[in-house]
Ligand binder design. Sequence first.
Ligand code: PLP
Length: 409
Amino acid sequence: MALVNEHFLKLPGSYLFSDIAKKVNAFKVTHPGSKLIRLGIGDVTRPLPLACTEAMHRAVDEMANAKTFRGYGPEQGYDFLIEAILKHDFASRGINLSPSEIFISDGAKSDTGNIGELLRWDNSMGVTDPVYPVYVDSNIMCGRSGVLNEDAKWSNVTYFPCVEENGFIPELPKHRVDLIYLCYPNNPTGTTLTREQLKKWVDYALVNDAIIVFDAAYEAFIREPDIPHSIYEIRGAKKVAIEIRSFSKTAGFTGVRCGYTVIPKELTAANFEGNRIALNPLWNRRQCTKFNGTSYITQRGAEAIYTVEGQKQIKETIDYYMENARIMREELRKAGFRVYGGVNAPYIWLKVPTGMTSWKFFEQLLYEVNVVSTPGVGFGPSGEGYLRLTAFGEREECLEAMQRISNWI
Ligand code: PLP
């Protein structure tokens, strides 16, 4: 008799964005003439940079020629892309990594979801709250999160609340947590940690023999000087941190699919005998078994992000989104809301009016101004009372949404 992995049955019924889609569909059926503006899901709207599409066209032509055709590529990724990453994302910031410490992926979701396979299921884990749902859900699937309590928290997950009261800066846990997920710049709050603040987490991990999974999917949006672009800017981080990056928001690759994961050779975890085991060869083994590489065409497209033209083109697009963020922040503040984020990240985190829940205010915005947002509580218990808006929309729609909200207020 085949027995099911019952941990899957513990997962909450449906994914946040399908709940939102259901509510939006119900609205559309009852209000067929209304024009909806979507500031909910974090997908991009600007097209791929020309440098990338040109590189991908060239790669397609290579695939059409028997002499330049490529079949299976290296599971870890092609050297040309790894070299570009090492030079531009790390060496330029004084971080030395070797090619075998980089693993090209099909995006940050797969790797943030799968990385927990490297550690025993019964490690304790911790997440900032609110949080990108993949970290907790993927740990529920392997049984590491425990069971769901009445307060909507998982029994084996330590939550680090990030709320107005603490300036969205998570406090270090009072007890030991083995596996910690940090995402900076943060989705959903749009806030960041300074070098000093991130250092506290690295030091905690060094002292407590913990491992940090650092999701830097929004690194390209950092504007302020004191914000670290990589966790490896912090001394000692190579011993305790895995960094995960994505080209999705950096270069509009949400539909192309490419990212990478850094597992330094120095990073180790213990076995029961107390021996230190390096995680880099384990991830290499895992990838060689379960992943057959990101497509050649995609990796050529990603390589082009690092060319002079590619850098210029992604900057224009990121500037466009960050101008949306600036407009949204200012207009929402003028309308009397308390808003956070949007300075080093494409997300605006809005405090809903006193006495209202996230979902109630989500529905008000939907029905009264026809704007789709994301209720903060969908990202974790401490997201209750907040709402996420994204700056990834078209400028005209963004302006119209702000106009509608200020007229309504
Ligand atoms: N990590 C965070 C924090 C995200 O917000 C997202 C996407 O929204 C991802 C990872 C997934 O990125 P990718 O498209 O590379 O899978």
